[in-house]
Design a protein around this ligand. Structure first.
Ligand code: C2E
Ligand code: MG
Ligand code: MG
Length: 497
């Protein structure tokens, strides 16, 4: 009887792949095709085995799987696999009445590390971060890298969401420990958004989006913190998206304009300067406050464009006033630290000054103190170059945020603006009064001009006079006004109270 007589129809085939070792000791992956042979009555009479060496194919396949599912830099699961794991975690939680949590972890200011230290160091840091993140979770949890400095932590089978909070705290502590690369210490922090099942949603896409939204909230709250997702965040996120998309068209639609707030010399009551303040009037949203739309412009990468428009319009106006005969007037323009980081900033400013005919010594740029932290060296050089052009540099909002005396000596400032929060309490709280006095004394010793902003009442004014401040700005004298209104003030040029 021939084998082929028995095999057709009546066979059962078993296909199996497993690892084997050849006679020469080489490890191979074999594919076994086992076929049960039966006779005409259906009785088993033997097994035919065919063995294929499929090592190459299997190695290639697992490499492909790895590439498709894992991040090459850190070896962590990538977005694709993370989605899958999250799906499983949700299913498991539902079946066993447990919880699952998603933590969206984003490193703070990491772009800055990359820009200043170079990508190679950035990559090495990311590798170390990924090891630390893994050490914060249990084996059944997943740490994935979504890309850039974004990681996802999936906690499966939790008893309560409090456990997610504990992990978030552990991550923050772990990331805050110094990273050592070639003997150098690096300090990082992270912002974490947390969402969970059951609770917020069970759709994986929505869970991820919510965790991302909560992470942005953590950033807004000052970074190096975590934040749980709440429903109204969604509303806020939607509002923010509307704001962002409207703002993108604001320049083209000519919705932005400048107003000017006078700065008065207390010795003779004359307007010696003005601060240009940006305003946005939108058809659908109405008047939007700068404290709301400027941070949006910054984080959405629009501040460079908007900021250049502000500078150009302010220079145009200043030149016009100068030619009208208000040639002693100094105009201050707020500049975001992001604009300063743009390499072409100084060159563009130089061109703008030339084209507009604006006298550089009548222009000042205000930089908010709390934003100076980033990239000290680069900022220092940029400010130095601005000063070389003859343009003044003002340290705005002094006293809030990361007040540091070292800023004053390190950077090329000519003027210091005391933040209005101090001015407003100076006549009531003795600590603020002492601080104001100390700031004025210190500024004097460093040869800096002092401006007090946010002066609203005569008591504050009296205090400031007594403390030795000579230039003030505030509602007591005038709110920010249009260019036309300011001209009338300049013509009258004496701010009589
Ligand atoms: P800032 O540069 O510190 O500007 C002073 C702010 O204090 C202005 O708010 C002004 O209207 C307000 N202010 C002045 N006097 C008083 C007062 O007596 N009492 C009170 N309560 N407030 C007073 P505004 O115009 O809402 O601007 C807020 C911030 O937005 C500015 O703070 C500045 O940081 C930013 N900003 C405004 N325009 C621009 C711009 O063109 N570019 C950039 N990058 N930032 C801008
Ligand atoms: Mg300002
Ligand atoms: Mg200010």
């Amino acid at each position: 009887m021939q084998l082929s007589d028995l095999m057709p129809e009546r066979k059962t085939t078993l296909r199996q792949t497993n690892a084997s070792i050849t006679r020469t000791g080489r490890q191979i992956i074999c594919e076994w095709h086992l076929t049960r042979l039966v006779d005409e009555q259906g009785r088993a009479i033997g097994v035919a085995a065919l063995v294929d060496d499929v090592t190459e194919r299997e190695v290639a396949r697992s490499e492909l799987m790895r590439q498709a599912n894992y991040d090459t830099l850190t070896g962590l699961p990538n977005r694709l696999l993370a989605n899958d794991r999250l799906n499983q975690a949700v299913k498991y939680a539902r079946r066993y009445k447990k919880s699952a949590a998603v933590l969206f972890v984003d490193l703070d200011m990491f772009k800055h590390v990359n820009d200043t230290m170079g990508h190679e160091w950035g990559d090495r840091l990311l590798q170390q971060v990924s090891i630390r993140l893994q050490s914060c979770v249990r084996e059944q949890d997943t740490v994935a890298r979504l890309g850039g400095d974004e990681f996802l932590v999936i906690l499966a089978g939790l008893n309560t969401m409090v456990d997610a909070e504990l992990v978030a705290e552990k991550i923050l502590t772990s990331v805050a420990m110094p990273f050592v690369l070639d003997g150098h210490n690096f300090f990082l922090s992270a912002s974490i958004g947390i969402t969970g099942f059951p609770g917020d949603q069970e759709d994986v896409g929505v869970l991820l989006r919510n965790a991302d939204t909560a992470m942005y909230k953590a950033k807004e709250e000052g970074r190096n913190t975590y934040c749980f997702y709440t429903d109204d965040m969604n509303l806020q996120a939607r509002e923010r998206m509307t704001l962002e998309s409207e703002l993108r068209q604001a320049l083209d639609n000519k919705e932005l304009y400048l107003v000017y707030q006078p700065q008065v010399n207390l010795l003779d009551g004359q307007v010696v300067g003005v601060e240009a303040l940006l305003r946005w009037r939108n058809g659908a949203l109405g008047e939007v406050e700068p404290s709301i739309f400027i941070p949006v412009a910054e984080s959405a990468g629009m501040i460079d464009l908007i900021g250049s428009w502000v500078l150009a319009d302010a220079c145009r106006q200043l030149t016009q006033w100068y030619r009208q005969g208000f040639d002693q007037l100094v105009l201050a323009v707020n500049v975001s630290s992001r604009q300063l980081r743009d390499e072409g900033f100084v060159e563009n400013l130089q061109i703008l000054l030339r084209v507009s005919g604006c006298p550089p010594e009548r222009l000042k740029l205000e930089i908010t103190e709390s934003t100076l932290l980033a990239d000290e060296q680069q900022t220092r050089i940029t400010l130095e170059k601005i000063k070389m052009l003859g343009v003044g540099v003002v340290l705005d909002d002094f006293g809030v945020g990361y007040s540091s005396l070292s800023y004053l000596s390190k950077y090329a400032f000519n003027t210091l603006k005391i933040d209005r929060s101090f001015v407003q309490n100076a006549n009531r709280r003795s600590e603020d009064a002492s601080l104001c006095r100390a700031i004025v004394a210190m500024a004097r010793s460093l040869n800096l001009q002092v401006i007090a902003e946010g002066v609203e009442c005569k008591e504050q004014l009296e205090f400031l006079k007594e403390a030795g401040v000579t230039i003030v700005q505030g509602f007591l004298y005038s709110r920010p006004v249009t260019a036309g209104q300011l001209e009338r003030l300049l013509v009258a040029n004496e701010m009589v109270l």
